[in-house]
Ligand binder design. Structure first.
Ligand SMILES: CC(C)(COP(=O)(O)OP(=O)(O)OC[C@H]1O[C@@H](n2cnc3c(N)ncnc32)[C@H](O)[C@@H]1OP(=O)(O)O)[C@@H](O)C(=O)NCCC(=O)NCCS
Length: 292
């Protein structure tokens, strides 16, 4: 059977929470095998973590998730975060035995069609820079390469930035954080941020009595937005470590990247922010999350 013949038998449907155990196993195996074959640590530490993540995403009303089936068997899944006017894509994973046969392309198209039907201003994703296949697939589907990212882990030697106070974010901070996001990115991520305030991972930084930056979490899955690098440095310096593989530092922000290096953070792996549709150069300092 040729790859194209195989891909014709594949059907795509919306994911259900009960699909998460199978999809989580596939997600763990797909990330682990591609990372190991390039000598990088895996993005997901265990099948249980992947199952937990996909159970949450498949049940969340703010996410649209799909699975691909062939011969009555699930062979992959993909998710779209629809909580902001710009959608975030991922994780997309295909069973290693079924890769390179057009199934990934089908699952990409399914969520891209959904985003355009819903009038999303754009779709963004973060890609493992060493992965030739995902890079080529996304670029051929129209995603532009926007930013090289360095996934970084560790604990900064400098623990505080003079003049900046970091504290847990509260619901009453949401308006100021969302206004800041609109100034820097042109849109806000208020739903995402409100959830992380509830989960107690969100932080704000204050300088001169004003909120000048926030992080939904200092983690692989958290984003941060700030007026200046100084504000972002204060947020980064407040963390003892970053959950997951690390935070995603835009490598072209040379001042911030060198400050992270001088402070002892280590690069875990290079990644790439890719975007489809609306994109404007952010007017401030920022860290994307693994979805965008
Ligand atoms: C990335 C992934 C989702 C892609 O799914 P897939 O089903 O293997 O991909 P497809 O077969 O649909 O498409 C791959 C495309 O890349 C092309 N391709 C593969 N290697 C390539 C290379 N080195 N150079 C150029 N093109 C390449 C293929 O020809 C194909 O394009 P085509 O449809 O025009 O022929 C899947 O491989 C996977 O799960 N990988 C591990 C987990 C992962 O990295 N997920 C992505 C996180 S960012």
């Amino acid at each position: 059977m040729t790859p194209k013949e195989t891909s014709e038998e594949v059907t795509v449907r919306q994911a259900r929470p009960e699909d998460a155990p199978v999809c989580g196993e596939i997600c763990y195996n797909a990330f682990t095998s591609i990372s190991q074959s390039h000598g990088f640590p895996g993005d997901v530490p265990s099948p249980e973590v992947a199952i937990g993540l996909l159970t949450t995403m498949f049940s969340h009303p703010g996410f649209y998730c799909v699975v691909a089936e062939t011969g009555g068997r699930i062979v992959g899944s993909n998710c779209l975060d629809e909580r902001a006017i710009v959608a975030g894509l991922g994780p997309i994973t295909i069973d290693p035995q079924a890769q390179n046969r057009g199934i990934g392309r089908k699952l990409m198209r399914a969520v891209m069609d959904r985003a355009s039907q819903r009038g999303a201003a754009g779709v963004r994703l973060v890609q493992a820079a060493f992965h030739n296949r995902s890079l080529s697939l996304y670029a051929s589907l129209g995603f532009d390469i926007r930013e090289p990212l360095s996934c970084m882990q560790g604990r900064t030697a400098q623990r505080k930035v003079p003049g900046c106070q970091v504290r847990p974010a509260q619901t009453s901070d949401l308006e100021a954080c969302n206004a800041l996001s609109r100034e820097v990115h042109g849109f806000d991520r208020g739903k995402d941020l409100a959830e992380t305030v509830e989960q107690a991972t969100a932080l704000v930084v204050e300088r001169g009595g004003r909120i000048t930056g926030y992080a939904s979490a200092l983690a692989f899955w958290g984003h941060a937005t700030a007026e200046t690098n100084l504000d972002l440095q204060a947020l980064i310096a407040s963390a003892d470590s970053f959950s997951g593989p690390g935070i995603l530092v835009p490598s072209r922000n040379n001042l911030l990247f060198r400050w992270c290096l001088a402070n002892g953070l280590r690069v875990v792996q290079p990644m790439t922010l890719m975007t489809l549709g609306l994109y404007n150069e952010p007017a401030g300092a920022w860290l994307p999350a693994i979805l965008f």
